[in-house]
Design a protein around this ligand. Sequence first.
Ligand code: ATP
Ligand code: MG
Length: 481
Amino acid sequence: MNKYLSNPVLDLISKIAFETNTELYIVGGYVRDIILKRPTKDIDVVVVGSGIEFARKMATAIGGNTNVSVFKNFGTAMLTYKNYEIEFVGARKESYRIESRKPIVEDGTLDDDLQRRDFTINALAVGLGKENYGKLIDPFRGVEDIKNKIIRTPLDPEATFSDDPLRMMRAIRFASRLKFSLDEVTISAISKHRERISIVSQERITEEINKTMLSERPSTGFKLMDQTRLLEIILPEVHAMKGVDVMKGRMHKDNFYHTVKVLDNLCKKSDNLWLRWAALLHDVGKPLTKKYDECSGWTFHGHDYLGSKMIPAIFRRLKLPLNEKMKYVQKIVRLHLRPISISGEEITDSAVRRLLYEAGDQIEDLMILCEADITSKNKETVRRHMNNFRIVRRKLREIEEKDAIRNFQPPVKGEEIMKTFGLSPGREVGIIKKSIKEAILDGIIRNNSEEARRFMIVKAREMGLEPLEGKNPENLRTGDN
Ligand code: ATP
Ligand code: MG
């Protein structure tokens, strides 16, 4: 263990502890992550005595203008040093009341402090003081659980989850991120107390969902949410995708399991949290659009559109940002069928151009989702789809090089149209502008101002308009004439 302690930050903490004869320990996630060889920048220190006082001593020793952030109510203090965030807290004992996940806190010993921790793998401490430098304290066999990749609570799981139901989400998040499992007792305790999640703030729950989402294989976490029945409480729209219907021997796939598979596939290609959300929600419109048709079997017509319409309410409830992140997720969900729908028999340039126009800068992310969306077990189907997407991607590149459609700017602006034909703002200007855009997207003309101007003249002539040229430019017609 000692070799892991040779770190300038821990050295300084320990030096001050020796000088002031303080009993203190590094605890929790930092110790767990040393053992897992996942170095972290967050260090939690438990001081038997005052954590705030110790943090102040450390700040003085560092000198300069080291800032200590003190949270008196929690008895904690935090400072940053050499890129590490170090949090100091006095050892404490906690007891809970039924209505709140905020405990009553009293001073305690290290043992008390480790007992209040959520999981055995987080209830580890290593001494940094004179008496016990480098000594690992592991009252609940956390090291063994790390070895066996298992998440257990130090005390009775039912009391642990009922006291602070956020721990249910943390258990699932750790399982997903660390690739650990929850044993039967833990799963059934979570399941039993799942309704207690209602005393946890939505922000906290969502933070844990996001952390789960950022794991390498988030399906682990979402399946655990399902297994413990937390899913139907916190993400009912995702839960609604579960299940398979059968009509006259024809069935559709289980859209929940499909979705988490898509999510896992996508996570191999992208770390973007919002693209991951789009993957989780891409088929969320399916349960409401599901129909059985005698000819085509099960259909989900319009689930892309309906799904994108459902996003704002989901984001609002989850307290996710209602800004461009949400619009991005909506856009990806709305367009998620487009690449596959244009890649049928013949992939036309104009279909690709239109897709590029609508997706804009999100085209690459959209393609990543579409490729992840292929979960068929039939190798031939997978090969065919992937090949089609390769063609779509190639055409996207060609068209982008030729026509720069991605961030489409009209090559002839409204003002120029008005000036040329002596129009004031109105319907006619709009019609001409739109027809130029359509002509570009259909490949009738290329995206440059010269061709666009020529097209404008032809289109205007059809509408009975002639360029003013020699005419008096002051002689303006109104657009409605
Ligand atoms: P990470 O920082 O990777 O999210 P962590 O284990 O360090 O993981 P933190 O939230 O930073 O988690 O908490 C630090 C430590 O505090 C944990 O390791 C655990 O011992 C304890 N802890 C945090 N939240 C709780 C809780 N809700 N109930 C009990 N103990 C907790
Ligand atoms: Mg931490």
